[in-house]
Design a protein around this ligand. Structure first.
Ligand code: ZN
Length: 197
């Protein structure tokens, strides 16, 4: 009987792009500092306008093509240049905007595990959702598979929410995100995950 095994990282990644994601290149990125060890995954939630799912607005925001006049909320973020490496839709569909070799613009002013500016050495994953609300089972499945693939390629030592790397300023993914479920499906040790209240 043949044993099932994980595909090697070389088959999963090409220049920091994950094979099983839809690729849509964002111009919003830069180089990571020389010698960076990417050891942190930052989990976010996003929807545009907040709480409305299924549209193309997040992809548009990350590629600087969002029509700021299309909704009153967009006026409040007009001109924002941001990105994340990944975006997981409610049904589990996975998008990638920035190579993991590069520095995406998702965390903003932030500090975690004693280091500031988490964009330098983290990978940002956005879940389509709203802080405080729950997330869908296909999103957890896609997220766990993605985190496992990232850990095959990068020396991941920490996973945290945006709320943990920018406390007081950010609240995503919020209380509706089930950290214990993610930990169970990944089987990673407790210390990798944020301390829960
Ligand atoms: Zn965020």
């Amino acid at each position: 009987m043949k044993t099932r095994s994980e595909p090697p990282a070389a088959q999963l990644w090409q220049g920091g792009w994950y094979r099983f994601a839809r690729h849509l290149a964002s111009p919003n990125f830069g180089p990571r500092p020389a010698g960076t060890s990417v050891d942190l995954i930052v989990i976010h939630s996003i929807s545009l306008p907040p709480g409305r799912y299924g549209g193309e607005e997040v992809q548009q925001l990350f590629t600087n093509t969002l029509d700021w006049d299309a909704h009153p909320y967009f006026k409040s973020i007009e001109g924002l240049s941001v990105s994340a490496h990944f975006y997981i839709r409610r049904g589990g569909e996975l998008w990638q905007f920035v190579s993991c070799e590069d520095r995406a613009w998702h965390a903003g002013p932030s500090t975690y595990r004693g280091r500031a500016d988490c964009n330098d050495d983290s990978i940002g994953i956005e879940l389509e959702g709203l802080e405080g609300e729950t997330f869908e089972p296909p999103q957890y499945e896609a997220l766990a598979a993605l985190c496992a693939a990232i850990a095959q390629r990068y020396p991941v030592q920490h996973i945290a929410g945006h709320e943990h790397v920018a406390p007081g300023r950010k609240r995503d993914p919020g209380a509706g995100f089930d950290w214990a479920a993610l930990q169970r499906s990944l089987g990673w040790r407790r210390e990798i995950f944020p301390v829960q209240p």
